[in-house]
Design a protein around this ligand. Sequence first.
Ligand SMILES: [Zn+2]
Length: 91
Amino acid sequence: MALLDNLIAVLERWDVWKELKSNADKIPELEKRITELEQKLERCPGEACPKCGHLTLRRTRAAPARHTYECEREECSYIEHHNPMEKRYSR
Ligand SMILES: [Zn+2]
């Protein structure tokens, strides 16, 4: 046991070990947050609307040079057009 105690004492002086221990303590909280985000995405798989922030922005039309995205929320009605060839957005 003395050897193990000495090994742990040496590890405790190593900054990388301290960081590993600190990050390991964060894993349960991160798992909880990931689960919450996954559940949110299951219910609303649309993209985030830049106007209202809800995950309800969906592509509604796709012409070759103009894609239309619309927010599904009636109270928002945000619309944007995107030319996939230019990789630029216009509203
Ligand atoms: Zn919206």
